[in-house]
Design a protein around this ligand. Structure first.
Ligand code: ATP
Ligand code: MG
Length: 852
C-alpha cells in the first residue's frame, strides 16, 4: 500500500514549500504534491528551469506550469522547457493553450518551429468581448438555427473550429447568450411556453451544418464518432462463416481498423471523391488504423497513366498518406486461383450466352420469370476446361464468360449469376499482355478487400444491393468477409462532375483543361487556390449519413471564404489603377509604412511598403459626382488610405481629351502642413505606391476572375449542358497592381510549404510502405507513383486577400523566379517573371454569384 499522504511529512513539506516559492497558493501547492508522480514531474520542471529564481512568475503562470507538468509526461525536457518559457513570457495564457502546446509538441520530433507552435497554440490571439460576439453572430446568422436549443452545439462547434477556442470560456458563453437573446428573445420565455418542443428542437437542430474558418479538428471528432461512422462495428465484430476466419483476421491486423480508398484510374478525382477520401483515410486515422490507396484497375480499356499520378497527388494534397499503394491487378494471379476454386466448388460456370440471352433469362425488361441457362448445369470439369480456354485465347471477347452460380430465386438482381470474368483482348497498363481475361468489379472488390484484411469496406449507397453478392462470394470461398457499409454520395449542384461531360468541355475548348479553376475536380480546386483544409471542413460539416447530399457550389464557396478570412494574409491591391499625385509633398517624398498582414491575426506577419508622392487607387473608388451617402474620393472630398499615414483630398483631376476619361487625380496629403487636419474620414480605400526605387508596385500580368461556368443551377440535369455555359465565366484583368509585400510573402509561404512537404514526403518514403505491394516486377511501365514533394507544393500555396478586392492565389502558369531560389536568396522581381492570379473566391457571396 502506498504511504498515506501527509503534508507534514518533511519530504512532502519541502516539495510544498518549493511549489509555493514559484507562486502557487497553499492549497494548490498541496494539491500538486499529492500525487508522487505529478509532484516529481513538477519538481523537476522547477529545478530544470530554475523557476524559484524566476521573477516573472505569478500565481496564474505557476498554475499553468503545474498543469503542464501533469500533461507533458510524454515530452522531452527541451520541449517542456520551451512551453515553460512560453508561459513565463506571457505567450501561453490558458489551460487550453497548454494542452494544445503539449499536443503539438507530442507530434513533432526534432527542433521546434516557433511559428508553427504559435499558430497551433493560438499565441497572440487577442479577442475582446465584441470580437467574440461578432464571430458568434456571423456564425449563427449564416446557419439555419431555430432557437435556444442550439446554443450548446453552436458554442462547442464554434469553440472547436474557430479561434474562439482561445477566448475565456465565460466570455464566449456571455457572448452566446447575447447573440441568442437578440435573435430569439429571452431564454426563459421560450423554455416555459414550449417545454417539450424546445427539447425536440434542441436535438434536431444540434445537427446544424457549421461553416468554420479553421482546420477541422472538431468536425473530425464528431464526424468519426457520431452518426453513421459512429455506429460502425468494431474490428472483428463483422460475422464470418467460420470462427477461425475472425481469429486469423484479428491476428493479421492486430485488431486495427483497415480501410481502403479504391478509385478507378479512369479520370481525375472530383469534389465528391474528397468525401470518400476523408471518410476512408480519416476513419482509419481516427482509430489509429491504416488506409490503402488501391487503384481498382480491372478495366484496362479505360485506364491511363496520368490518372494514377494525379489520384495520388490529390490524396496527398488533401493531407493523407496511403499506408500502402496497391492495385487490384496485383492480385490477378490470386483472383484467377479463386475463380478456379469457385468452379471446383460448383459455384461458378463458364457460360456462352449473349448479352440478350442473359437479359432474357433474368426476366427481360418486363421483369418476367427468371430461368437458368443450359450452361449453368454443365459439369465442373467442362467449366474448368472452358475457363482455361478463356485464359488461353480460345475465345474472343463475348464468346465466353465465367459466371457465379448464385441464386436466381433471390429478389436481388445482384444475385442473378453475376459475371466474374470476361475475355478482353486488351493490354493492361500494368500486367501488359499477360492476361486475356479480366475479373469484374463484383468478383474483384470483395476478394481484394478480403486479402487486404479490410475491416471496414466503406462505399457509396449505389452499392447497397451489391453487398449481398459481396458477402455471398466471400462465404462461397470461405475466406475472411469484410463488412461493407454504405454512405450517401456528395453531389455538387451548379456544376458538372461526370467524367464524360468534363471530357467534352475540355475537348471542345470550353475550359482550359481538367484543372480549369471553374471546374470542381480536385486538381481544379487546387489550381484555383482553394486550401485543402477548407474542402475537408466543407465535407466534415455536411456530415456523413446514408442520404445523398446535394449542395450548391455557393455553399462550398462560402466555406472557403470563411476559412480564408482568418488564415489568408492581406495585401493592398488595385485591380484597375488610377494615378494619384500628391501635390503638396516634395518630388522625392517617401515614407516607409510597417503594416500587419492581418488586422486580427498577428501571427501572419508584417510587411514594409513605401508611401510616396505618386500612388494608384482603384478607378471604382473615384467619382465625379459626389452624393450624401458616398464616402470615397470625389473632387473636393477627403478619403482615408488603409494603413497610410494620412488621408488625402482630391483637389482636381486630368481628363484624357480623346476618351474623356479621368486619368489622373491631383490630391493633397492631409498631414497638417497645408492647413487644419480634416475630421477622420468615413471611408478607407486601398492604394499602392508608384515608387520604382523600392520596386513598387508589383504589376500583375493577368488577374483571372472566375464566375460560375453554367447559367442554370443544375447543368448536370440536361445533356444539353453546353448551351448552359455562361459566356462570362472568365474575366481577365490585365495590369492590376499589388504592394511589394507580395514578394516576401510569396517567398515565405512557398518556403514553408516546401519545408512541410519535405518532412511529410521523407516520412512517407522512409516508412517505406507506400510502394506497390508487388514491387517493381509487376510494374513493367515503372509507373507506380511515388510520393514527391512537388505533389504537395505548387504556386497555389501563395494565397492572399487583395484588400477590398477578393482572395487570390498564384496560378500554376506564373513564373516567379525568387520562389525557385533556395534558402536565403532575397525575395523580389526577377527578369522573366510573369504573374497570374486566380480569384479563389470573392469577398462576399453576391459579388461572386453569376455575372451572366
Ligand atoms: P464517378 O461516377 O464520378 O466517376 P466513381 O464512383 O466511378 O465516380 P471511383 O473512382 O470508382 O468513382 O470512386 C472511388 C471511390 O470514391 C468509391 O468508393 C466511390 O464510392 C467514391 N465516390 C465517387 N464519387 C463520389 C461522390 N460523389 N461522393 C462520395 N463518394 C464518391
Ligand atoms: Mg467507378
Amino acid at each position: 500500500m502506498p504511504p498515506k499522504f501527509s503534508p507534514d511529512d518533511p519530504a512532502i513539506a519541502a516539495l510544498i514549500s518549493s511549489f509555493k516559492a514559484i507562486g502557487l497558493t497553499d492549497s494548490k501547492a498541496i494539491e500538486a504534491a499529492r500525487s508522487p508522480k505529478n509532484a516529481a514531474a513538477l519538481k523537476s520542471l522547477v529545478d530544470r528551469a530554475d523557476l524559484t529564481n524566476e521573477e516573472n512568475l505569478d500565481e496564474k503562470k505557476a498554475t499553468l506550469i503545474a498543469s503542464l507538468s501533469n500533461a507533458a509526461t510524454k515530452l522531452d525536457d527541451p520541449a517542456r522547457l520551451y512551453v515553460v518559457r512560453a508561459v513565463i513570457d506571457g505567450k501561453i495564457k490558458s489551460g487550453e493553450q497548454v494542452l494544445a502546446a503539449v499536443k503539438f509538441l507530442e507530434t513533432r520530433g526534432g527542433s521546434i518551429d516557433s511559428n508553427a507552435f504559435d499558430a497551433a497554440c493560438g499565441v497572440g490571439v487577442e479577442l475582446t468581448p465584441d470580437d467574440i460576439y461578432s464571430i458568434l453572430k456571423s456564425l449563427v446568422t449564416s446557419q439555419r438555427i431555430e432557437g435556444w436549443g442550439s446554443l450548446q452545439s453552436v458554442l462547442s462547434a464554434a469553440k472547436n473550429a474557430t479561434k474562439l477556442r482561445w477566448a475565456p470560456p465565460l466570455e464566449v458563453k456571455n457572448a452566446g447568450d447575447r447573440v441568442f437573446t437578440e435573435l430569439f428573445g429571452p431564454k426563459e420565455v421560450i423554455d416555459k411556453s414550449k417545454p417539450k418542443e424546445s427539447k425536440k428542437a434542441a436535438s434536431s437542430s444540434s445537427k446544424i451544418e457549421m461553416q468554420v474558418e479553421s482546420v477541422p479538428d472538431a468536425p473530425e471528432r464528431t464526424m468519426f464518432e457520431e452518426g453513421f461512422l459512429g455506429k460502425l462495428h468494431k474490428p472483428g465484430d463483422n460475422p464470418q462463416i467460420k470462427p477461425e476466419l475472425r481469429e486469423a483476421h484479428l491476428a493479421a491486423t492486430g485488431g486495427k481498423v483497415f480501410t481502403r480508398f479504391p478509385p478507378e484510374p479512369n479520370g481525375y478525382l472530383h469534389i465528391g471523391h474528397s468525401k470518400a477520401i476523408y471518410i476512408d483515410f480519416g476513419y482509419a486515422a481516427h482509430h489509429k488504423g491504416h488506409c490503402y490507396l488501391r487503384y481498382d484497375d480491372t478495366n484496362p480499356e479505360a485506364e491511363e497513366g496520368r490518372y494514377f499520378e494525379s489520384i495520388l497527388q490529390s490524396v496527398r494534397w488533401l493531407g493523407f498518406e496511403p499506408w500502402k499503394i496497391t492495385y487490384s491487378s496485383d492480385y490477378f494471379d490470386q483472383l484467377h486461383a479463386f475463380a478456379v476454386e469457385l468452379i471446383k466448388r460448383n459455384k461458378a460456370y463458364v457460360c456462352h450466352c449473349t448479352g440478350e440471352e442473359i437479359n432474357a433469362n433474368r426476366g427481360g425488361d418486363n421483369h418476367g420469370a427468371r430461368k437458368a441457362c443450359a450452361h449453368r448445369s454443365r459439369p465442373i470439369s467442362e467449366s474448368l476446361k472452358g475457363f482455361d480456354g478463356m485464359r488461353d485465347g480460345k475465345y474472343k471477347s463475348g464468346e465466353a464468360i465465367l459466371r457465379m452460380k448464385q441464386d436466381l430465386e433471390n429478389g436481388n438482381p445482384q444475385m442473378w449469376d453475376l459475371i466474374a470474368y470476361r475475355v478482353l483482348n486488351a493490354s493492361h497498363h500494368r500486367t501488359g499482355t499477360k492476361w486475356r481475361i479480366y475479373p469484374t468489379y463484383d468478383f474483384t472488390h470483395c476478394l481484394v478487400d478480403s486479402m487486404e484484411s479490410i475491416s471496414h469496406s466503406l462505399c457509396t449507397t449505389e452499392f447497397v444491393q451489391a453487398r449481398e453478392s459481396y458477402e455471398w462470394l466471400c462465404d462461397a470461398l470461405e475466406v475472411y468477409k469484410p463488412r461493407q457499409s454504405e454512405f450517401g454520395r456528395l453531389n455538387l449542384q451548379g456544376t458538372i462532375t461526370s467524367k464524360r461531360k468534363i471530357q467534352r468541355l475540355v475537348r471542345d475548348g470550353h475550359v482550359l483543361d481538367w484543372d480549369d479553376p471553374r471546374l470542381y475536380t480536385l486538381v481544379a480546386l487546387r489550381r484555383r487556390g482553394v486550401p485543402p483544409a477548407a474542402i475537408l471542413s466543407f465535407v466534415a460539416h455536411l456530415g456523413v449519413s446514408t442520404a445523398l447530399t446535394s449542395i450548391q457550389t455557393v455553399r462550398l464557396d462560402q466555406t472557403i471564404r470563411s476559412y480564408l478570412e482568418n488564415t489568408a494574409p492581406r495585401l493592398l491591391m488595385v485591380l484597375k489603377p488610377l494615378k494619384v499625385i500628391l501635390v503638396n509633398v516634395p518630388e522625392d517624398y517617401v515614407q516607409m509604412v510597417d503594416k500587419q498582414l492581418h488586422p486580427k491575426v498577428p501571427e501572419l506577419g508584417k510587411t514594409t511598403i513605401p508611401f510616396s508622392r505618386e500612388l494608384f487607387i482603384d478607378i471604382d473608388d473615384f467619382r465625379l459626382q459626389d452624393s450624401k451617402d458616398y464616402f470615397r474620393l470625389a473632387p473636393g472630398k477627403t478619403v482615408g488610405l488603409f494603413q497610410a499615414p494620412h488621408p488625402i483630398t482630391c483637389t482636381s483631376y486630368k481628363v484624357d481629351p480623346t476618351t474623356n476619361e479621368v486619368v489622373e487625380l491631383i490630391c493633397s496629403l492631409e498631414d497638417g502642413s497645408a492647413g487644419p487636419i480634416p475630421p477622420k474620414p468615413k471611408a478607407f480605400i486601398q492604394w499602392v505606391a508608384n515608387h520604382p526605387p523600392s520596386g513598387s508596385p508589383v504589376v500583375v500580368d493577368e488577374t483571372r476572375i472566375f464566375n460560375q461556368l453554367f447559367k442554370s443551377d443544375n447543368p448536370a440535369a440536361s445533356d444539353d449542358f453546353i448551351k448552359d455555359i455562361n459566356p462570362n465565366s472568365l474575366e481577365v484583368v490585365k495590369g492590376a497592381l499589388v504592394e511589394i509585400g507580395l514578394w516576401p510573402l510569396a517567398k515565405k509561404l512557398f518556403t514553408e510549404a516546401r519545408q512541410e512537404a519535405e518532412l511529410r514526403t521523407n516520412k512517407a518514403l522512409k516508412e517505406g510502405e507506400v510502394v506497390s505491394q508487388s514491387g517493381s516486377t509487376n510494374d513493367p511501365h515503372g509507373d507506380t507513383p511515388v510520393p514527391t514533394i512537388d505533389q504537395l507544393v505548387g504556386n497555389e500555396c501563395v494565397r492572399f486577400q487583395g484588400l477590398r478586392v477578393a482572395y487570390f492565389a498564384l496560378d500554376k502558369e506564373s513564373i516567379v523566379g525568387c520562389l525557385d531560389e533556395k534558402d536565403d536568396a532575397s525575395a523580389g522581381a526577377r527578369t522573366g517573371d510573369r504573374i497570374i492570379l486566380n480569384r479563389i473566391v470573392s469577398l462576399k457571396e453576391d459579388a461572386g454569384k453569376k455575372a451572366v
